[in-house]
Write a protein that binds this ligand. Structure first.
Ligand SMILES: Nc1ncnc2c1ncn2[C@@H]1O[C@H](COP(=O)(O)OP(=O)(O)O)[C@@H](O)[C@H]1O
Ligand SMILES: [Mg+2]
Length: 436
């Protein structure tokens, strides 16, 4: 418990005793006495006083000098001093007292209540002062703690930012790696398809021509041999058919006729294979874009339709391509069961993830809208300007078109909303005829 101290300074022991006897509230403060200005000075160096009651007229060092000396010391510079005097009550001397730091005057004979209430005010002030000092210290400590906390928070934020940045960078690198691998994969498929086509295809064709000739020549003369040769011809034909299917799986050659034709073919094939009714809406104009982008879109349609077949239990699929000024919007919707909650990101399921990655590589956006029994709709939007998402395929030119079975798929009943110009129709059918 803090007890404020009151210093009484008087050279006359009787006056000192009388003064001290008036200060009765000893629970609230302690009274210390000094018999001279010098002694008072020594006391203020070792005690903190709430107030000093200083006699003005003292031998050797009077009250004014003592006040000046007390206030010149840093430790006691702010201690309030009340002069106690019977004389010097005139204005000039009072002014002198105030100039030396007095806060008040008490004149003898002293009225006890006035003395007590003045001392009580300063004692209370000292207490409040101490409280304030404690609060100030607490606040300073709190402030320090807060600063430290803030420093730590900032450090954490910084560390988190760095970790996020590192994660973002590594995700970006992974994305680039995935896109690079995809490109390499497509290039490699294209290369193998080309080699099968050029080497195996040409040899098979030469073999077929020779065997066909042999077949024609043995028809009349060697019926048995002719029958055998016929069987060989059938073998060669089925081998060629299998080879075409392999080539087509590796690199859908229909892509070389443009994305419109490729998607059309793919949707027809899907309808033929699965029996799911498809409705395809295409822009009237040809979709012109680099091979990488066209292949990516083709693969997206392929994966989406595969999903419809494998998971949707749908009876209908809707494929819609819309060309705006700067973007290509593609929507593949089905009327199936919808994606079950939690199924979208299964372990070892990379179809939807792959679509997302491809779209992100093209600088586009990908969205899935699905719900129980309302089916699933995948929406893809990609920018068409060259700057974004252009994939350099890195192959010298595209494969010569090798489409063998397109006419068969044409016979399928597929609803296609596309206005094809007569010139375009002719070009496509010329291409196909030339190849078959
Ligand atoms: N059209 C769809 N209709 C219903 N469920 C679907 C559809 N597409 C995808 N899914 C669900 O999302 C899952 C993840 O699909 P995907 O990433 O393509 O992987 P995978 O086809 O190899 O399972 C599927 O296993 C399936 O449960
Ligand atoms: Mg899939």
């Amino acid at each position: 418990m803090f007890t404020p101290k009151v210093l009484l300074v008087n050279d006359d022991p009787a006056s000192l005793l009388a003064l001290a006897s008036l200060l009765t509230d000893r629970e609230n403060y302690e009274v210390i006495t000094a018999r001279s200005g010098e002694e008072a000075l020594r006391k203020v160096l070792t005690h903190d006083f709430a107030v000093i009651l200083l006699d003005v007229s003292m031998p050797s060092m009077d009250g004014f000098e003592a006040a000046e000396a007390i206030h010149s010391h840093p430790r006691s510079a702010a201690v309030p001093i009340i002069f106690v005097t019977a004389h010097y009550a005139d204005e000039m001397n009072r002014l002198k007292g105030y100039q030396r730091g007095a806060v008040d005057y008490l004149f003898t004979p002293i009225i006890p209540q006035i003395l007590q209430s003045k001392v009580a005010v300063f004692v209370e002030l000292a207490k409040k002062n101490l409280q304030l000092q404690h609060q100030k210290m607490e606040l300073e400590k709190l402030n320090e703690d807060l600063q430290e906390q803030r420093k730590q928070d900032l450090q954490h934020i910084n560390e988190r930012r760095q970790a996020e940045e590192a994660l973002r960078q590594s995700q970006e690198e992974l994305r680039q790696l995935a896109s690079y691998q995809e490109r390499i994969k497509e290039d490699e498929r294209k290369r193998i398809a080309r080699e099968i086509h050029d080497e195996l295809g040409q040899n098979l064709l030469a073999l077929r021509i020779d065997i066909a000739m042999l077949h024609a020549r043995t028809g009349a003369t060697h019926p048995k041999l002719n029958k055998k040769v016929h069987g060989v011809l059938d073998h060669i034909d089925s081998t060629m058919k299998a080879m075409r299917a392999i080539i087509n799986n590796l690199r859908p050659t229909v892509l070389d006729l443009g994305l419109n034709a490729a998607i059309e073919w793919q949707v027809k094939e899907f309808q033929r294979r699965t029996g799911i009714a498809c409705e395809l809406t295409m822009p009237p104009t040809e979709l012109v874009m680099d091979d990488g982008r066209a292949t990516a879109l083709f693969r997206i349609v392929q994966e989406s339709l595969n999903n419809v077949f494998r998971h949707a239990r749908a009876t209908k699929a809707n494929i819609e391509l819309v060309l705006t000024e700067s973007r290509l919007l593609m929507k593949i919707a089905d009327n199936g069961v919808g994606i079950f909650p939690g199924c979208r990101r299964k372990a070892n399921s990379f179809g939807l993830v792959g679509i997302k990655e491809r779209v992100s590589t093209l600088g586009g956006e990908f969205d899935i809208h699905t719900g129980q029994d309302i089916g699933t709709a995948l929406s893809v939007s990609i920018p068409l300007d060259d700057a974004i998402g252009t994939t350099n395929v890195g192959m010298e030119g595209s494969l010569p078109p090798i489409i063998f079975d397109r006419r068969a798929s044409d016979a399928l009943d597929l609803k296609i909303s596309r206005k094809r110009t007569p010139a375009r129709r002719k070009k496509e059918s010329d291409n196909i005829n030339e190849l078959t």
